[in-house]
Design a protein around this ligand. Structure first.
Ligand code: ADP
Length: 544
């Protein structure tokens, strides 16, 4: 058979095309940022694009070359956006690092990615001063601020000023064209056991993910929206919003580090935000503030909630009391991150409200570009009947194939194993029922149970330790430490918890300790976490 080649232009899917499009076709649309200092900064997509080009020039002057990694420790703001585009657009790799991790974890990740430049927000200066000497590959530290914000004295060698770097350039460069499969960004997931692993996104995967994210059955954002990503830009690129927003040309509002209920509410109202996205814990803070002060939203219409299971009561409150549509979503760093979103189909519109809500509380249906299945232990696909649960696997255009610097592929039979356990119903709605990976997700941030166990067994009185995740009303999940003490040894709950102080961030310290005569083991000698989780499913936290 003689195949006929398609006769369309070949234009690589490049991240620079997103911001070029936003500047050319929505150039006067605003980007508003609450800065670390507390004031509001406003400019437009066309100014953002110009400054991204200037930044690209400045990074070349610093010696950066194609493929080099530029790290960020920064909150949601316009300078962070410029780094997204100013790096990837010119063939560099944007590496967002989570500043909430412990300093040693941050250094490990920066060294693993071999970042050559590290850009950071003003209020993270003390953190960077602490880690700078250990960031072996970083040649340039850049403070995201102006000359007046530069510290009079610092231990960071040759600290550079972001505004000076950008303003020294004329923007006279053209975004280069290259292969769309080139790496554009890297995000580390600490969501699995062992060391964090880097998911390396490509220009192609990022642009395709943006199309999918903006679609009506996904985030459903358009040029008339005012979008405020509460989800941090260091959490899987704020779930792709900085890219999708450029694609649709909407107004963006960045909250900086100010994520408390009062600050968020005031920003939502002042900027007439229509759409947002974040983890459940953030909405709890906002709702508590609104309930206490009897406030209502005047523009907010829809939010995506994901990163952790959204409690059904949160969907009810936002929809019934505040008129905000909730779209429950599931994703992962390895999926850029969007996988499924929960939205009703036409056939569900006539269902009683309780039945609709039951569907909406599930993690939802796969979007085009992602396929999913559940399998048993032998890898055999299981039925979609809403009751049989199995290991959730996915494949698609924006799913990792390998991890950065790690040989071998995590794929099984061409599918990526998510470490989540789920059911899929006859309508294709997926529901997470458990997790096979041994981690705790508290307020949208990971806590490694292994790290907590390793520290606990370092205590002289502890013989064995197992840390499990238990449901918590505010944080979604919190770590519970179960221990077996050495014969004749004694230790109190308080002593064991105090033993963690200074070794991990305070928010990772378990909330409670259970002393057991022995831990349940499998035939092969592994601790049976499932049994422990079942036994303490209803554990009452002594300090809520
Ligand atoms: P993100 O936090 O941005 O979703 P991570 O890679 O840090 O990305 O975490 C992904 C994991 O978080 C999933 O594998 C799953 O365990 C959990 N998760 C994400 N969304 C949900 C959700 N809606 N319900 C339950 N668990 C979720």
């Amino acid at each position: 058979m003689n195949s006929l080649p398609g006769q369309m232009m070949q234009m690589p899917l490049l991240i620079s095309s997103l911001i070029t499009h936003a500047a050319r076709h929505s150039g006067d649309t605003e980007i508003v940022s609450k800065r670390v200092e507390g004031d509001l900064h406003r400019y437009t997509w066309s100014e953002a694009e110009l400054r991204s080009r200037k930044l690209a020039q400045a990074l070349v002057k610093l010696g950066c070359q194609t493929g080099d990694r530029v790290g960020t420790l920064a909150w949601n703001g316009y300078r962070h956006l410029e780094i997204y585009y100013g790096t990837s657009g010119n063939g560099l790799i944007c590496h967002t690092v989570n500043p909430r991790l412990f300093p040693q974890q941050i250094t490990w990740i920066i060294n693993d990615a071999a970042d050559r430049v590290l850009c950071f927000d003003l209020n993270l200066l003390p953190l960077v001063e602490k880690i700078a000497a250990d960031c072996k590959t970083v040649e340039h530290f850049v403070l995201l601020g102006g000359r007046s914000q530069m510290p009079a004295q610092t231990t960071i060698p040759n600290l550079l000023c972001y505004e000076e770097l950008v303003e020294a350039e004329n923007g006279d460069m053209v975004w280069p064209t290259f292969d769309e499969n080139t790496a554009s960004g890297i995000c580390y997931t600490s969501g699995t056991t062992g060391d964090p692993k880097g998911a390396v996104y490509s220009h192609r995967s990022t642009v395709l993910h943006s199309y999918a994210a903006a679609m009506p059955d996904a985030m459903n954002i358009n040029s008339r929206d005012v979008v405020l990503p509460v989800v941090p830009m260091f959490h899987v690129n704020a779930w792709g919003i900085p890219y999708a927003a450029a694609m649709v040309g909407c107004k963006l509002v960045f909250p900086g580090p100010h994520l408390d209920g009062k600050s968020l509410y005031e920003l939502f109202e002042a900027e007439q935000v229509t759409f947002s996205a974040g983890v459940p814990t953030v909405w709890l803070g906002l709702l508590t503030h609104m309930q206490t002060h009897r406030l209502k939203f005047s523009s907010f219409r829809c939010t995506v909630i994901g990163g952790a299971a959204c409690p059904p009561s949160m969907i009810d409150t936002l929809e019934d009391d505040y008129g905000v549509e909730v779209v429950h979503a599931w994703g992962m760093t390895e999926l850029s991150p969007l996988g499924t979103l929960s939205r009703l189909r036409a056939k569900h519109l006539g269902l009683p409200k309780e039945d609709q809500r039951r569907l909406l509380a599930k993690q939802g249906k796969a979007i085009f570009g992602i396929d999913m299945r559940i399998v048993d232990g032998a890898g055999t696909a299981l039925p979609w009947d809403g009751s049989v649960s199995g290991d959730l696997q996915v494949q698609g255009h924006w799913v990792v194939n390998t991890y950065f610097g790690i040989s071998g592929s995590p794929l099984q039979d061409g599918w990526f194993p998510t470490g989540d356990v789920a059911t899929i119903d006859a309508n294709g709605f997926m529901q997470i029922t458990d997790r096979s990976k041994d981690v705790i997700k508290s307020g949208g941030e990971w806590i490694s149970s292994i790290a907590l166990e390793n520290l606990a067994v370092g205590h002289p009185a502890v013989h064995q330790a197992a840390v499990i995740s238990v449901a918590h009303p505010q944080w979604g999940e919190r770590p519970l430490l179960t221990v077996v003490l050495k014969p004749g040894a004694s230790a109190t709950r308080e002593e064991l918890l105090a033993f963690y102080a200074g070794k991990i961030p305070n928010w990772q310290i378990p909330n409670d300790v259970i002393f057991l005569p022995e831990l349940p083991h499998t035939a092969t000698g592994k601790i049976q976490k499932l049994k422990l989780r079942e036994a303490f499913r209803n554990h009452q936290w002594s300090q809520p």
